[in-house]
Design a protein around this ligand. Structure first.
Ligand code: HEC
Length: 125
């Protein structure tokens, strides 16, 4: 098999996938199920519950949901929720942001990838 084949296959894959999942490493469908761990505190809309609404969270600056009263620690973090930062946060929230009120950690790498893939689908209006 010539090496050109995987590149062509990848190009076809990128063209056929919808934009929201084109660059996801995780399984958004599984992430949606895993989000059950989050939904006690987080809505997938802009509505705030115990935690801030997570609509459009991927790419958003931390602590930017209007009307939500963030901890001083998260408000001062200066973070932006790109995928690597979300991954680090979800692995150990209080390690990345000492003093954050979000303290649910997701230990498994694949679970975090799946959850982040799902969070990426929560964009647009
Ligand atoms: C027990 C409640 C609770 C659970 C469960 C929970 N969170 Fe949170 N989360 C919070 C709180 C409270 C904050 C705000 C933290 C702060 O202000 O320091 C937060 C903040 C966040 C933020 C930052 C939001 C922003 O606007 O900057 C993200 C991202 C997040 N949580 C993702 C998740 C995900 C994904 C899960 C599930 C794996 C989850 N959380 C589970 C309570 C929770």
């Amino acid at each position: 098999m010539r090496t050109i084949f995987p590149a062509a296959a990848a190009a076809v894959l990128l063209l056929t996938l919808p934009p929201a999942s084109a660059f996801a490493d995780g399984d958004a469908e599984n992430g949606k199920k895993l989000f059950a761990r989050c939904s006690a505190c987080h809505a997938i809309t802009d509505q705030n519950k115990v935690g801030p609404g997570l609509h459009n969270i991927v790419g958003r600056p931390a602590a930017s949901q209007p009307q939500y009263k963030y901890s001083p620690a998260l408000a001062a973090s200066g973070l932006t929720w790109d995928e690597p930062t979300l991954d680090t946060f979800l692995k150990a929230p209080t390690t990345l942001v000492k003093g954050t009120r979000m303290n649910l950690a997701v230990a498994k790498d694949q679970d975090r990838a799946d959850i982040i893939a799902y969070l990426k689908t929560l964009s647009g209006n």
